[in-house]
Design a protein around this ligand. Structure first.
Ligand SMILES: C[C@H](O)[C@H](O)[C@H]1CNC2=NC(N)=NC(=O)C2=N1
Length: 97
């Protein structure tokens, strides 16, 4: 499947202004969120999985009790692409602020 091109550091920094819950650089985008409970965090991962499968684009997921650490990078492009920005937006729509 064709993937969009890797974004430059400047393009990533500009895009992050519209994604205030995410940080990142050329290596990827990151967001940490604490859910009310471990079960809520697992449910959030399942909801994210549905989006990831639909997009065929998958986040790195690290769950510590009820704190979820998410990492987005387009492995095949070796950096951040528009797919990561789109997945970040869709993940934000599923998570509490
Ligand atoms: C064959 C399939 O499209 C690829 O392996 C996809 C799946 N999900 C992916 N997810 C992410 N984050 N990066 C990829 O390069 C990627 N590649």
């Amino acid at each position: 499947m064709t993937r969009p091109p890797r974004l430059s550091p400047d393009e990533i920094a500009a895009a992050l202004h519209g994604l205030p819950r995410w940080s990142g650089d050329g290596d990827g985008l990151r967001r940490t969120v604490a859910l009310p409970s471990f079960r809520d965090a697992v449910a959030a991962i399942v909801a994210i999985a549905d989006v990831a499968e639909e997009m065929d684009h998958h986040p790195d997921v690290d769950l510590r009790w009820r704190t979820l650490h998410l990492g987005l990078v387009t492995h095949s492009a070796g950096g951040v692409t528009d797919l990561d920005l789109e997945l970040a937006r869709r993940i934000d729509a599923l998570l509490p602020d």
